[in-house]
Design a protein around this ligand. Sequence first.
Ligand code: G6P
Length: 369
Amino acid sequence: VQAEKGGFDSFMLKEIFEQPQAIRDTIGSRIDLDEKKVVLPELKMSDAQLASYDRIYIIACGTSMHAGLVGKDVIEKLTRIPVEVAVASEFRYRDPIYTDKTLMIVISQSGETADTLAALREAKKSGVTVMAITNVVGSSVAREADEVLFTWAGPEVAVASTKAYTSQVAALYMFALYLSQIKGTQSAEQIAEIVDHLLELPGQISQILADADHVRQYAERIKDVTSLFFIGRSLDYAVSLEGSLKLKEISYIHSEAYAAGELKHGTLALIEEDVPVIALATQPDIYEKMVSNIVEVKARGAHVLGFAFAGDNDLIKTVDQVVYVPKTLPLLAPILTVIPLQLLAYYTSAARGLDVDKPRNLAKSVTVE
Ligand code: G6P
């Protein structure tokens, strides 16, 4: 087992460090470098059929659902098609509204999660076309879906998902870009600009990983707290949910992710002297609003760790400490901001002396309902 960990002290840390390669493999074969656009040769349906969908459901569980939340924002921004994200265990019992223009996307690292598979089967029974995003060739989800986009993250062993999440997000970027190409909702220049930035992500992830020690120091600070909060807006909120899940599943510290603008409707009551708040602020269109939310928690005594793009010299004026991620398009920020959050969960769990790879009560793949 020690050898399988490739010199790392846990599978999770190894898998965190495999993310540059996982992203490269997931996007590499799908980008036409000459034309600066996305190709999805694996799709069996015609472009005309794909272009005909006017509503998309994204169904998944756990971390895969969080990747879906990023996918929703990206697909809606790039294609203007409404997307709804739901957890599979809710959706399958919901009597969903389908039309012949509905596409369902199921996301599952393992391809074996019982609730996700059941939702897929229900949809197929209703005649809905299902596209899977999965990491396991030959899995039930891969075999039963009409269409499959594989993530090429390689085997993921640690219960807490890391490289599967970023690969799922990368696959969703590929899908959203392809859909916008065939629908003509983005210009060739806009597509090329996003493609250029996508190609930089693996190197940027490596830069973040090289600075992991910074995060380790912060983990020492929070390792004995009883509760903490993650806040963000839009894509930053989607990533906050994943950061919070990662931390709670392996460190057993209570944490909540909140849409920053919603704090004042309840959660703000829990902010008192020295409560740690992790605040993501990478989205320019709501940056000022986000800063006001940070001021609200600071005024109640919170200790705030901000997340910003390199070159942002403002956030540090409002927060206690800042984690900088390399500059990319705001749309692509999730793949970068999630990396220090994964590291934070890992280092906090390790500092508490816990079994990082096998948290209590949890399983890698939940094949029961
Ligand atoms: C379990 C795992 C999570 C995972 C979820 C969905 O709860 O512990 O890490 O996100 O299942 O798994 P899937 O294989 O469908 O992505």
